[in-house]
Design a protein around this ligand. Structure first.
Ligand code: ATP
Length: 230
């Protein structure tokens, strides 16, 4: 479904991705792991053409994305749940969910899905998003991604900065969503990544240094830990 080959991405002179190769097959959840600053977010930004690669190829269902505009990429069914919880702070929780739904006729069903997934949001449906706690904002950000009716969802560090109970709710929501959405999931929380993902890639110094089935590393935790600890 998604195939990166030899992807090289820069910020100015800073060479961040030095030839990334990875594949995501339809129906799977793939975790992208690695220490801070190795280029995980940049990989997602490269796919979305927010930071277009200078070299390499990114194919989605066989079609080249490099050279396209971000809105053209999104129109093909690629959704993004960004790390920094982008939402409309002056709009209410309900309004934030409604504007994330492509077809207004689907909005009520989308709200039910969002509120069933994260009951806390139902209680705060009329609150301004900007007034929510960090954890609630993360739930809203994830809910907005889940109701977007995307075929492939790029999810960036959904558990970052969340209390353990909320991490559990996020893991459940992602697992539920994975039943009908393919995902590329950036996640440093190893138990969460192993729980939700089918396969993983580890990035280090802008390149893939390990990959495999998550089942194999669940039995051999050290294999990933050495790449992930500082
Ligand atoms: N807009 C930018 N301009 C310049 N350098 C950037 C920019 N965004 C990221 N970088 C640098 O690119 C490198 C990779 O960043 P990236 O955010 O992709 O890493 P990451 O693996 O997602 O790490 P983190 O978990 O900290 O987000 C880092 O050295 C970072 O400082």
């Amino acid at each position: 479904m998604l195939s990166l080959s030899g992807v090289e991405t820069y910020y100015g002179d800073s060479h961040v991705l030095e030839g990334v190769d990875l594949e995501v097959y339809e129906g799977e959840v793939v975790a992208l792991m690695g220490r801070n600053g190795v280029g995980k977010t940049t990989t997602l930004r490269s796919v979305l053409q927010l930071t277009p690669p200078r070299e390499g190829s990114i194919r989605y269902r066989g079609e080249e994305l490099v050279g396209r505009e971000t809105h053209e990429v999104a129109a093909r069914g690629l959704g993004w749940i960004p790390e920094n919880r982008r939402m409309f702070g002056q709009l209410t929780v309900e309004e934030n969910v409604r504007v994330a739904v492509p077809d207004a006729d689907d909005a009520d069903a989308a709200l039910d899905l969002a509120f069933d997934t994260f009951p806390d949001l139902r209680e705060r449906r009329d609150a301004k998003a900007g007034d929510l706690s960090g954890g609630q904002q993360q739930m809203l950000s994830i809910a907005r991604g889940l109701v977007g009716d995307n075929d492939l969802l790029l999810v960036d560090e959904p558990s970052e900065g969340l209390a353990p109970l909320i991490v559990e709710a996020v893991a459940e929501a992602l697992t539920e969503a994975a039943s009908d959405t393919t995902m590329l999931l950036v996640e440093q929380n190893l138990p969460l990544a192993l729980d939700v993902a089918d396969r993983f890639y580890v990035l280090d110094h802008g390149t893939v240094v390990d990959e495999g089935d998550t089942d194999a590393v669940s039995a051999d935790g050290d294999r990933l830990r050495r790449y992930l600890s500082a």
